[in-house]
Design a protein around this ligand. Sequence first.
Ligand SMILES: Cc1cc2nc3c(=O)[nH]c(=O)nc-3n(C[C@H](O)[C@H](O)[C@H](O)COP(=O)(O)OP(=O)(O)OC[C@H]3O[C@@H](n4cnc5c(N)ncnc54)[C@H](O)[C@@H]3O)c2cc1C
Length: 373
Amino acid sequence: MPKKAPEPPDVLIIGGGIMGTASAWELARHGAKVVVLERSVPGAEASSAAAGILGAQAEAHAPGPMAELCLASRARYANFARLLGEETRIDVGYRECGVLRVAFKSADARKLNAENAWQSTRRLRVEPLGARELARLEPALSPKLSGGVRFGGDARVEPKALLRALHIAALGRGVSFRSGAFVRRVVVEGERAVGVALDDGSELRAKNVVVAAGSWTSLIDGLGLPSGQVVPARGQIVELELPAPPLSHVVFGPGAYLVPRDDGRVLVGSTLEFVGYERKVTAGAVRDLLTHATALLPALEHAELRATWSNFRPYTKDELPLLGRTKVASLFLSTGHYRNGILLAPISAEIVRAAVLGQRMPVSLAAFRPERE
Ligand SMILES: Cc1cc2nc3c(=O)[nH]c(=O)nc-3n(C[C@H](O)[C@H](O)[C@H](O)COP(=O)(O)OP(=O)(O)OC[C@H]3O[C@@H](n4cnc5c(N)ncnc54)[C@H](O)[C@@H]3O)c2cc1C
């Protein structure tokens, strides 16, 4: 008897970063049979390189659909981290630590407060801080700071642990991962996505295809998107270590942000550079980041320099992600999350699940339509 071809999976996901793994886990929890295709290994790129700031308020410079999407995702994080902990026993480092934006000049501190006034109207926790309040909250920060703002609802997470947990949780739910699978093209027949073509010439069929390829999305053929829709925006990070955590909050200052970990590590980020896919840590960037970081937190002068790295934020020109269904039937996108992909993982995974399974959308996607010009 001839062997029957295996039933195609419900969903093929291209990319094993946070968008791919979180969507895979979410879909599998709702009964879908999912395969993730990753040209490297899960978590190889931006998602493991991120600082892990969940800055829905600190990153929201104006009201609008993006601020609301970030707030909706932040509201889901405690549950997301708890569920992952239950399924994997991994602590993903979710901490409701709050985020500070601080300034040296009092005019700049006043500007920070004015910029964020809309958040009080929106009933978000935003507190202006004078020099004395700042010193009481974070005594290790420079005494030269004149004040800032505290975003009490913002949080942090540890991206490497999060990616490991998502991968293991997805495996536990029956998701199959193929590492080293390089997708060249989405195969479209009669205006419907029916699978993908790999660089070894083979084709894989599926009922639905989700593209979660981060900064490499625009290199995949067959998506029907305007060219160059997603481009890489390089960010460099320096990891330092002190014997004990010097901060309780994440701190954004002029020229650098500081993200404390519970074990005394402090991440110093980051640059924003449009240099293509050049994966490099540069002397100038490390010098500038360390100069700004030690000005903010003088004790970092004595910190051990542990590591440096760089990776690529998936940037879109309106700085909004591309989410949900496309003009091609059965083809979906979850990409272009730029600076906030870690924050936006829970809501993006829910959006992908609702779009693929034809369920009610948790938020309006009008601003995030993949085919917008
Ligand atoms: C330095 C830095 C700091 C950051 N800090 C924060 C932060 O504090 N908070 C926050 O919320 N966000 C932060 N971000 C942004 C965040 O990291 C990204 O928005 C997010 O990781 C994007 O996730 P992704 O899954 O789309 O992309 P990625 O993690 O890059 O994953 C895409 C995956 O797709 C795979 N792939 C690509 N093309 C193909 C193909 N053709 N075939 C098969 N596989 C393919 C890649 O190998 C990769 O593994 C930061 C980013 C950087 C670079």
